[in-house]
Ligand binder design. Structure first.
Ligand code: PLP
Length: 478
């Protein structure tokens, strides 16, 4: 592709992108495709000769896009949001153009220093403690694995000091998280090599938050049995219901026993930008590490996970590896972010955060968060006022968990589950909204996650109308 062809195609694609973002709300969110449809529509073998870009672009539009699920649709209420805002998309284009691999300061001085800067901006925006230093990871799952590995490093170092090196390998390390913790916690426990039998699943209270009394009892039982508690993962904003584990009580237990506290605020962390939400993070200064995803609820396209840690030395002891071929004359004076996580090669993710924060300002981010939280609160009042519906959990952020619960099905859990499953299928079949489900307290539950950057009141209202209209339609077909 010549520079002139590149320029022409880039202009065409930017026009396409602008059209897409303007009209994505008119598309069917989840495509009507069956497994294998896309593969069948494409050539099974790679082309021997290069093809004209127009043909590639045409296939993109005719085969790929109609088979995509449209996360940037304003009717997106599924899982948690993924916000690809325009400034973030523009930054991503530049990142690809620069093509930098940002493993060390020398391989990308500006990327390294911009990452330090935007992570400090985020720390200030979320009012996280001064002692936190940030690094961008690809996802929360990676960040939680990083925390578990660092916690192991520290627990092993402590144990070696207390009991002598020989004893350390004999002492099993234990990990604690609530029964509502994200699947990335058991996955990280497995990947880090602790063994799933070393993970304690702590029961939750009626609001689906970890019970600190049971956490402490589990820790004491493990210590009495000769095990060494290494890490507690607390969640602010659980995946199923956005429950909030009590950080202060958990943090005090961790401090008493010298245990690493990792806070998983993947989705809800953005809300700490709002002064009125900071009480939900009370006790965060007791954490050793904290992660949240700007790619969920801070206008930044996937992927971008902000990981903060207090004990940078422990992090470096865990991840630093400096072979001769990576040494540079500047190593003593600079940060090399390859030593702050698992991967060597790193993308220039700081650029999109910088574009986003500068474009919207802290105030613009706050306005979006407040809009979503207010919409969720309003949606909740509609559910509460509807005779056949009930809310299923507290909703401090942008997620409302609810159920269809007509009196006629009262007491019949299996029938209620089936009715809610059918209702969800009906609502989603319309194509203009997309919701997903979870199970809370053993019951099938619908999740309305409001957080897409283009979502306005009209989209939430339309979703509620669809949900209500699906009820008689369901009755008619059963
Ligand atoms: N933790 C929580 C609480 C989540 O809700 C999620 C995803 O929704 C994750 C972790 C995993 O996030 P990621 O996809 O960035 O690994």
């Amino acid at each position: 592709m010549t520079p002139e062809e590149f320029r022409a195609h880039a202009h065409e694609l930017v026009d396409w992108m602008a059209e897409y973002l303007t009209h994505v709300g008119e598309r069917q969110i989840v495509p009507s495709v069956a497994p294998g449809d896309v593969r069948r529509a494409l050539s099974a073998a790679p082309p021997e000769r290069g093809e004209a870009f127009d043909r590639i672009a045409a296939d993109f539009e005719e085969i790929i896009v109609p088979a995509m699920t449209h996360w940037n649709h304003p009717g997106w209420f599924a899982y948690f949001p993924a916000n690809s805002s325009p400034p973030s998309i523009l930054a991503e284009m530049l990142t690809a153009t620069l093509g930098a691999q940002c493993m060390s300061w020398q391989t990308s001085p500006a990327a390294t220093e911009l990452e330090q800067l935007v992570m400090e901006w985020l720390r200030q925006m979320l009012a996280l403690p001064d002692g936190f230093t940030g690094v961008i990871q690809d996802t929360s799952s990676t960040a939680t694995l990083v925390a578990l590995l660092t916690a192991r490093e520290r627990a092993t170092a402590y144990a070696a000091g207390e009991r002598g090196l020989a004893a350390v390998s004999q002492q099993p390390l234990t990990i604690y998280a609530s029964a509502e913790a994200h699947s990335s916690v058991p996955k990280g426990v497995k990947l880090a090599g602790f063994g799933l039998e070393q993970l304690r699943s702590i029961a939750v209270d009626s609001a689906f938050a970890m019970r600190p009394d049971l956490l402490e009892a589990a820790i004491e039982a493990d210590i009495a049995a000769g095990r060494k508690p290494a890490c507690v993962v607390a969640t602010v904003g659980t995946t199923s219901s956005t429950a909030i584990d009590p950080l202060r009580a958990i943090g005090e237990i961790c401090r008493r026993h010298g245990i690493w506290l990792h806070v998983d605020a993947s989705y809800a962390g953005s809300a700490a930008v709002l002064p009125e939400c900071r009480y939900l993070f009370d006790g965060v200064e007791l954490a050793d590490s904290f992660v949240f995803n700007p790619h969920k609820w801070m206008l930044t396209n996937f992927d971008c996970s902000a990981y903060f840690v207090c004990d940078v030395d422990a992090l470096l002891r865990t991840f630093q590896a400096t072979p001769e071929y990576l040494r540079t004359a500047r190593d003593g004076d600079v940060v090399n972010f390859r030593d702050w996580g698992i991967q060597l090669g790193r993308r220039f993710r700081a650029l999109k955060l910088w574009f986003v924060i500068r474009s919207y300002g802290v105030d613009g981010v706050r306005q979006m968060l407040r809009r979503h939280i207010a919409l969720a609160a309003e949606f909740r009042t509609w559910v509460e006022a509807a005779a056949d519906f009930t809310v299923a959990a507290p909703s401090p952020f942008g997620l409302v968990c609810f159920r269809y619960a007509p009196v006629s099905l009262a007491g019949d859990g299996a029938a209620l589950d089936a009715a809610n499953r059918a209702l969800l299928a009906r609502v989603n079949a319309h194509g203009s909204v997309f919701l997903t489900h979870t199970v809370l307290g053993g019951r099938y539950t619908l999740r309305m996650a409001i957080g897409q950057w283009q979502t306005a009141r009209e989209h939430v209202e339309a979703a509620w109308t669809l949900i209500q209209n699906a009820v008689p339609a369901m009755a008619a077909t059963t």
